[in-house]
Design a protein around this ligand. Structure first.
Ligand SMILES: NC(=O)c1ccc[n+]([C@@H]2O[C@H](COP(=O)([O-])OP(=O)(O)OC[C@H]3O[C@@H](n4cnc5c(N)ncnc54)[C@H](O)[C@@H]3O)[C@@H](O)[C@H]2O)c1
Length: 368
């Protein structure tokens, strides 16, 4: 069987993460590097080298035409995903498309149609969908170990320094070049929290989406936010997160509460506790590029196909449409490069415990 060739478009920024993984797979003979593309100059890194002779481009269309890669990693800012993905599919490539895959349901339908017409595959890099803890949790729910599931909640409290909002031109922006750019706590770093909760629920597009977006910083998007999703059939999902957290990090704690017990799943680390059991790290995270290669070679189902992300895109579309409320300065304080919302961790924990929105809690800064 021939070794697939892989190209990365958007090879600077987070593209470096992909280049490292590709470099390891080039080393083991699993893939060949077809070429790299970025608008900005690229540097060779010890664990992500640009070997002599590697074709490097600033225009992705030239990369596609000249290297004809089997697989294209699209790791450019979200508002550029659809046109680049469409060009890659037209050039005959399968996609490993960064999250958020597209910025609206209309874009989702357009990309789906292109994939259907071409027969190409699209894996979305929601890497936590490769967690081996996810099928264990879903099986426990399916087997009735938790009784009737009443809610799925995810809480997260992270902190980002001031420079985070200077990392790129779309940082903190709601639109770029007239298109939705989808930065913000829910759409970007905690996109995995939203997707993971939807995957645990195994639900489709929610019938109800309530969103509350707040900003401590002078940005166009949320850095502190919650959302509650309801479904015609199935438990509610509550996500409460901040990037202006207190020093004690809340990693990304997913709790499934049922009539017969609770399960806890720390989705970034694959730590899982099922009713009556101990907390354990479940080994064996599947890399989504490896999974895409296996799909190409053996026809195995993808772990994160574009189709599975439609509910996520519906949610993110509603998030982008919701207003962002400034948190008054009197409820903020500084810890070095971090801006912290006073008492935010306990509000986030209470939101999770009660499946409540911030405005339904005693959270003095959450008055809208
Ligand atoms: N899966 C994850 O955990 C994870 C983590 C970080 C970022 N991401 C996603 O990766 C994508 C990129 O994010 P980032 O933080 O690296 O952004 P970034 O702006 O830091 O980097 C994007 C890179 O793409 C390049 N670029 C932009 N437009 C281009 C074009 N038309 N052709 C070629 N190159 C182009 C830029 O020059 C830049 O080097 C986003 O979709 C983001 O949400 C995912």
């Amino acid at each position: 069987m021939s070794v697939p060739t892989v190209a990365v478009i958007g090879a600077g920024g987070h593209g470096l993460w992909h280049r490292r993984r590709i470099a390891a797979r080039v080393e083991s003979g699993r893939v060949r590097l077809a070429g790299l593309c970025d608008l900005a100059p690229l540097t060779s890194e010890p664990d992500a080298p640009i070997p002599e002779g590697t074709p490097v481009f600033t225009d992705h269309r030239e990369l596609l035409a000249e290297t004809r890669p089997d697989i294209v990693v699209v790791c450019t800012p979200p508002h550029t995903h659809l046109p680049i993905a469409a060009d890659a599919v037209a050039a005959g490539a399968d996609l490993l498309l960064e999250k958020p895959p597209v910025t609206s349901l209309d874009e989702h339908r357009r990309l789906t149609a292109l994939l259907d017409e071409s027969g190409r595959a699209c894996q979305v890099n929601f890497q936590a969908l490769g967690s081996p803890a996810l099928p264990l949790l879903r099986a426990a729910i399916g087997d009735g170990d938790l009784g009737e599931v009443r809610s799925i909640t995810v809480t997260g409290s992270w902190r980002r320094p001031d420079e985070y909002y200077r990392r790129s031109d779309w940082a903190g922006k709601s639109t770029m070049d007239g298109r939705r750019s989808l930065d913000g706590a829910l759409a970007n770093p905690f996109a995995h929290a939203v997707m993971q909760a939807l995957a645990v629920a195994g639900a489709g597009i929610p019938s109800g989406i309530e969103v509350e977006r707040f900003r401590a910083r002078d940005i166009e998007v949320d850095d502190t936010a919650c959302l509650r999703l309801t479904f015609h059939d199935g438990p509610a999902i509550l996500v409460a997160v901040t990037l202006c957290g207190e020093a004690a990090k809340i990693e990304g704690d997913l709790t499934v509460a049922g009539s017969a017990g609770k399960a806890l799943f720390e989705y970034p680390t694959d730590r899982l506790r099922l009713p009556g059991g101990e907390t354990e790290t479940v080994p064996g995270r599947v890399d989504l590029l490896d999974d895409l290669i296996a799909h190409r070679e053996q026809g195995s189902p993808l772990l994160a196909p574009l189709s599975a992300t439609e509910p996520f895109t519906a949610v993110i579309e509603a998030v982008a449409a919701a207003p962002v409320t400034q948190i008054p300065e009197g409820h903020l304080h500084r810890e070095g490069p971090y801006l912290v919302v006073d008492g935010v961790n306990s509000v986030i924990e209470a939101a999770g415990a009660r499946t409540a929105l911030f405005s339904e809690l005693p959270a003095p800064w959450a008055i809208r």
